[in-house]
Ligand binder design. Structure first.
Ligand SMILES: Cc1ncc(COP(=O)(O)O)c(C=O)c1O
Length: 399
């Protein structure tokens, strides 16, 4: 690997951590039962509510995203409960279906082809068939990180209402929070699952649940065994700015800094920046003559772009060459897309020139690996970036 200049971490999470956030964490550890810590937790809970767009309680766990997935399930469900999970890709399967099954939950896995998002129509049809009201929760991954397909979560609760079904709605925003528009309250979501290492621009280590009143009510009767993940003691301690176990103090300093940076840019501006970078990346891919994974124009992810390599080429070989020669890390194809797809992460801390540099690394690497592409991808991307620089937010999102 090259030793000069900066490494380009263009995987779809963990993402690049801004220097300001790194510096905010570089502090002495404090007493997690003292007044300074209590003030810190108050600030981060309030900040997280605005990112989730909710007035509901937010629970923070020292965990990866999978821990927050397990927490969402064990707090709301009982052994043998049925849930509907929309198949969107690797992450609807791992962790959601796997963890739910391991916990003893019955999973009704709505089939998908890994190139489309969750279908609100299919969810409505499945719930309309559930005359016995056996389904306790519907689960959707907002941004399927393995495919670069974003599901239309805003359409899910209306579809559930159309079926006359009042199941809980659980949504995974692990790779969308802070990079794609998301509204916990307005979209009728009961538990939103998130974590630190993607749009929030932090290292891995924090998991989140945003919890509606209905979800809290469900947690009072849910019978899956829970201890570490139990919302009850955590919410009770949080009222005094404390945790029932030792919290990751320095990560919370980082979170406070990130929650300062995002509103300083403006959440709308942050989302518009992601949409514009995604559009520029798609233009590069199309100019190269390569195929995008998403099939529906309405479902392109603003967080990452997943790209097929042509038959007969190995996406992992291409990634390896790009890392070795240009010090750019790209995401691997996962599950059934292994070796066929590479993923360009463009979420978190990024700017136009940084993206252009990463795309230049991809174009040089594809050429170096002998993949038959047309030249001009980087040019198409920078033409878009130049044409939309400083334009109103929506202008740069198309394409
Ligand atoms: C959509 C989605 N869900 C769940 C996970 C699992 O999160 P973690 O690896 O932090 O446990 C990931 C990880 O990338 C993800 O992208």
């Amino acid at each position: 690997m090259k030793s000069t200049g900066r490494h380009f971490l263009q995987i779809p999470g963990p993402t690049n951590v801004p220097d300001r956030v790194l510096r905010a964490m570089d502090r002495p550890v404090i007493d997690h039962r003292g007044p300074e810590f209590a003030a810190l937790t108050g600030e981060v809970f309030e900040g997280m509510q605005s990112i989730f767009q909710t007035s509901s309680r937010v629970v923070i766990f020292p965990s990866s995203g999978t821990g927050a997935v397990e927490a969402a399930l064990v707090n709301t469900l009982s052994p043998g409960d049925r849930v509907v999970i929309a198949e969107t890709g690797f992450f609807s399967e791992q962790p959601w279906r796997r963890v739910a099954r391991n916990l003893g939950v019955e999973v009704d896995y709505l089939p998908g082809n890994w190139r489309r998002g969750a279908s609100p129509e299919a969810i409505e049809a499945r719930l309309a068939d559930d005359a016995a009201r056996a389904v306790k929760a519907v689960i959707v991954v907002h941004n399927e990180t393995s495919t670069g397909v974003a599901s239309r979560v805003a359409e899910v609760r209306p579809a559930m209402d159309a079926a006359g079904h009042d199941a809980l709605l659980l949504v995974d925003t692990i790779s969308s929070l802070g990079s794609i528009d998301y509204r916990h309250d307005a979209w009728g979501v009961d538990v939103t699952v998130a974590c630190s290492q993607k749009g929030l621009m932090l290292p891995p280590g924090l998991g989140f649940n945003a919890v509606s009143e209905r979800a809290l009510e469900a947690s009072r009767t849910a019978r899956l065994p829970r201890a570490y993940w139990d919302w009850g003691p955590i919410l009770a301690s949080n009222r005094d700015g404390a945790f029932p176990y030792t919290p990751p103090t320095n990560l919370l300093y980082g979170l406070r800094e990130a929650l300062d940076l995002l509103p300083a840019e403006g959440l709308d501006a942050v989302l518009a920046r992601h949409a514009r970078h995604a559009a520029a990346t798609r233009r590069a891919v199309r100019a190269w003559g390569l195929e995008l994974v998403p099939l529906d124009e309405r479902e392109h992810s603003a967080s990452l772009t997943a790209v097929f390599v042509p038959d007969g080429y190995d996406a992992d070989e291409v990634r390896r060459l790009i890392l070795d020669r240009y010090d750019v890390s790209l995401g691997a194809g996962l599950g059934r897309l292994a070796g066929r797809v590479f993923r360009i992460g463009h979420l978190g801390d990024l700017n136009d020139v940084w993206l252009a540099g990463a795309l230049a690394g991809v174009e040089m690497g594809l050429t170096g690996a002998g993949v038959p592409i047309r030249p001009g991808g980087v040019q198409a991307a920078i033409d878009h970036l130049a044409a939309t620089a400083g334009a109103p937010a929506a202008a740069g999102a198309a394409g």
